[in-house]
Design a protein around this ligand. Structure first.
Ligand code: 13P
Ligand code: SF4
Length: 311
């Protein structure tokens, strides 16, 4: 296994040789973000996956994101450095239980967060990401009944913001669920002028204190625009890397968990990807995402609906 600069050189050699594009989510380790061709939120990465003319997509994110890339670009080889990079939201929503829930509510459409399995996408009508959910929800007629899954906090936030009743699937993100309101308020006392930016996957106990609520790309935009010099960031702390790069003169503080620091809010799934595993994925073109064609086509319908409605 090459190390240090040799490892970077090998990754650079392989990405050219394979005509590969490296896509990375904002929650990836800084060294992966720095090396990626494109760093983005879930919607931006789906759009990149649908548009790229690379032969190989090396997806540095979690499995549902790499699955999405394969659903949208079936002719491409899609590799995920660690196949165990899952998501607690996906785990909370087994397809058989979701299918039964849908059958019990035949007059509802399923508006589903992209953080779910390909099978659940295939059972859904429209997929949303946190950056597209508001635009998409506003296009659905007011009298249309909606099931929203699997993230009950994002669903609850949308429901309150747009005064729209929805049946919520009871899933949560273990990372955003771990922020502590008590510790956040203590931090706010220490930095009374610092606004709070929060991801809508956070529970209401956190979101209700936020000056800005939005997706990772939305939070990043807010970080670039807010007038002060310190920002409290209530989402996975690896996004702070992009903020510090863009605005070295400002201070970004990760919102704390119950232990008073932000390390418990590192996504354990995202953290599974490393430069060494990325190198192996580019070298061996494994672990590779494969999706059965009939399932892929069903899942693509709800993703295409998102891409149409989000633009
Ligand atoms: P976004 O990047 O779309 O805001 O999503 C955050 C997330 O939790 C991805 O798993
Ligand atoms: Fe899933 Fe939460 Fe990790 Fe995002 S941060 S991948 S929602 S567990």
């Amino acid at each position: 296994m090459p190390v240090g600069d040799d490892l970077l050189a090998e990754i650079n050699r392989l990405r050219k040789e394979r005509n590969a594009v490296i896509l990375a989510h904002y929650y990836q380790r800084p060294e992966i973000q720095d090396l990626a061709d494109y760093v983005g939120d879930s919607l931006q990465l789906s759009q990149m996956a649908a548009e790229t003319d690379a032969d190989v997509i090396a997806f540095c994110g979690v499995k549902f994101m790499a699955d999405t890339a394969k659903i949208l670009s079936p002719e491409k080889i899609v590799v995920l450095p660690d196949m165990d990079a899952g998501c607690s939201l996906e785990d909370s929503c087994p397809p058989d239980k979701f299918a039964a829930f849908r059958e019990a509510h035949p007059d509802h459409i399923a508006l589903t967060y992209i953080n779910c399995s390909t099978e659940v996408k295939a059972l859904s009508d429209v997929i949303v990401t946190s950056s597209s959910a508001e635009t998409i929800l506003q296009q659905i007629p007011a009298d249309q009944k909606i099931i929203f899954g699997p993230d009950r906090h994002l669903g609850g936030y949308l429901s309150r913001k747009f005064d729209r009743e929805m049946l919520l699937w009871p899933g949560v993100c273990i990372v955003h669920e771990a922020f502590s309101e008590t510790e956040l308020l203590k931090l706010k006392e220490e930095h009374p002028d610092a606004p709070i930016a929060a991801h809508p996957e956070c529970p209401p106990t956190i979101v209700d204190h936020a000056d800005y609520v939005g997706s990772t790309s939305g939070i990043l935009k807010f970080a670039k625009e807010f007038p002060g010099d310190t920002l409290i960031v209530a989402t996975e702390p690896h996004i702070i890397h992009q903020m510090e790069k863009a605005l070295p003169e400002k201070t970004f503080i990760g919102a704390p968990g119950a232990d008073g620091n932000c390390n418990c809010n590192i996504c354990p799934y995202m953290a599974l990807n490393t430069l060494e595993k990325l190198y192996i994925a580019l070298r061996d073109l494994e672990p590779r995402i494969e999706i059965e064609e009939e399932l892929r086509l069903k899942a693509k319908k709800s993703l295409d609906a998102m891409l149409d409605m989000a633009s």
